[in-house]
Design a protein around this ligand. Structure first.
Ligand code: NAP
Length: 274
């Protein structure tokens, strides 16, 4: 490939992705010349198409639903956080011609919580609702902040229990079904279900939200998500949708590829203003 360095995001479908917009803003801001495109690869040829992209000189890819686990097989080596997540959202061509797999979702979340939202996680009680891929990617980074405990609550209890067991050696984490969430308000609640995408609210007890609770919805959209609205109505301290996580995980991918971490504030403003 000649011309600007080639990047993109792989998904199926992927047309809705905001990553081209985000990375174009990062590139302008940091004076980098690059191209960032959408790649809707079918599942049966995912690995061949990713290999062809890199063989033709491509420098890096983001990976989104439903391929974060499948794309692990495209990497010669994984960062520790990608190993812990069991999934990649970033692939990077290294100087030696091999592909590194990384996962920046966890640091995207902790960066948004701790830096942008000024939330303290250390020694706090954390409730994560949902036990899918997004939760898997953020447990180790959250445990790294040394919360008092993390409770993973999921509609299908067994998935929460299995996830908690997989991370038990890293800290105090347990998995439960919605009916068995411990009584009382949590300091931080993270909605990592896809319920918001269908306008639903996970069926967790209202008592988990108190006046000091910070609530975070990984989902984002125009205006407040249903979960954010619900938490605010119940009188939580504050609630935020997942725009910041989206932009911060992208900034970490950009840093891995280009060696410079762009400012996220201007991109966040542009996304939430539109
Ligand atoms: P996933 O692997 O498909 O998992 C979906 C989870 O949602 C499962 O735990 C599922 O429970 C639960 N769920 C779905 N509908 C529900 C409902 N009506 N009530 C209660 N629980 C429900 O999805 P994922 O990859 O983890 O993504 C989860 C969310 O995070 C999505 O909204 C995604 O857009 C968002 N996300 C945001 C960012 C960001 O940068 N902001 C990054 C990654 C993900 P069961 O196990 O019982 O089915």
């Amino acid at each position: 490939m000649s011309g600007p360095d080639q990047y993109g995001v792989v998904g199926h479908p992927v047309a809705h992705s905001l990553s081209p917009f985000i990375h174009a803003m990062f590139a302008r801001q940091t004076g980098q010349s690059l191209s960032y495109r959408l790649f809707d690869f079918p599942p049966e040829s995912l690995q061949e198409r990713i290999a062809a992209f890199f063989a033709q000189g491509g420098r890096g890819l983001n990976v989104t639903l439903p391929y974060k686990v499948a794309a692990v097989a495209c990497a010669a080596e994984l960062t520790r956080r990608a190993q812990q997540a069991g999934a990649v959202n970033t692939l990077a061509m290294r100087k030696d011609g091999t592909i590194l797999g990384d996962n920046t979702d966890g640091i995207g979340l902790t960066q948004d919580l701790c830096v942008n939202q000024h939330v303290i996680v250390t020694r706090r009680r954390v409730l994560i609702i949902g036990a899918g891929g997004a939760t898997r990617g953020v447990i180790a980074p959250l445990l790294g902040l040394e919360p008092e405990s993390i409770t993973i609550a999921n509609r299908t209890a067994d998935r929460a229990k299995a996830l908690a067991a997989a991370f038990a050696q890293l800290g105090h984490v347990r998995g439960v079904g919605f009916r068995y969430i411990a009584e009382g308000a949590y300091d931080l609640i993270i909605n990592a279900t896809s319920a918001s995408l269908t306008g639903q609210i996970p069926d967790v007890p209202m008592g988990v939200i108190g006046s000091d609770t910070f609530c975070y919805d990984m989902a984002y959209g125009k205006g407040d998500t249903p979960f954010v609205r619900w938490c605010l109505e119940l009188g939580c301290r504050a609630a935020a949708p997942g725009w910041g996580m989206l932009v911060e995980q992208a900034a970490e991918s950009f840093r891995l590829w280009r060696g410079v971490r762009p400012l996220t504030g201007p991109v966040l403003c542009a996304l939430t203003a539109s």
